[in-house]
Design a binder for this molecule. Structure first.
Ligand SMILES: CC(C)(COP(=O)(O)OP(=O)(O)OC[C@H]1O[C@@H](n2cnc3c(N)ncnc32)[C@H](O)[C@@H]1OP(=O)(O)O)[C@@H](O)C(=O)NCCC(=O)NCCS
Length: 158
């Protein structure tokens, strides 16, 4: 385990995390979610499972997912560009999968841009397999989405 990995805390978001999440979202995506959308997704309720990763007293990553019957749909995940490849995304996904299993969820699914090779490699590393394609899913450039899926439990973590 690296130094940062040992120092990462994954927790439920607090309202004061919003500004850092908005800033991270804008640095991470060409089509970032709006501040209003992020504010909604950061509130945990019967549908939403949001998590933030904290290190050195700041937010270094987040994950937002929806619980849909027996599936967890990962809507958004990002790590601060300065903290990538140090286990933050892994910690978030591991925590989400753990909570999902406790909620009786059996499968985790998500969509990823075809061109997003880094994220696809990250998901493959975590046991996701490509299970489908949504053509022209992304409105900004008409790019296809790859649908990736894995069981919520039962797979070895990397
Ligand atoms: C995808 C993302 C969340 C991964 O977060 P991360 O904190 O860097 O991930 P981790 O450090 O836990 O990576 C775990 C493993 O996943 C794989 N991986 C992660 N990023 C990768 C990349 N860019 N290229 C290849 N493999 C990658 C590696 O196997 C890595 O282990 P290693 O670093 O020991 O080789 C991050 O790259 C990100 O925020 N990207 C921009 C936003 C985005 O595209 N989100 C996904 C939308 S669908």
């Amino acid at each position: 385990m690296g130094d940062l990995e040992a120092a990462i805390t994954v927790r439920t978001p607090r309202p004061e995390d919003l500004l850092q999440v908005v800033e991270l979202e804008n640095r991470s995506f060409v089509d970032p979610w709006s501040r209003v959308a992020l504010e909604q997704e950061l509130v945990s309720d019967s549908l939403r499972l949001p998590l933030v990763a904290e290190a050195a007293a700041k937010v270094v990553g987040y994950l937002m997912a929806w619980k849909i019957v027996d599936q967890l749909h990962v809507m958004n995940i990002a790590t601060d560009p300065d903290y990538r490849r140090q286990g933050v995304g892994t910690a978030l996904l591991r925590a989400a999968a753990g909570q999902a299993v406790e909620m009786g969820i059996v499968e985790i699914t998500l969509e990823v841009r075809q061109s997003n090779q880094g994220a696809r490699a990250f998901y493959l590393r975590h046991g996701f397999i490509e299970t489908g394609l949504r053509q022209k899913y992304y409105v900004d450039n008409g790019e296809d989405a790859i649908i990736m899926t894995r069981r919520a439990s039962g797979l070895p973590e990397p």
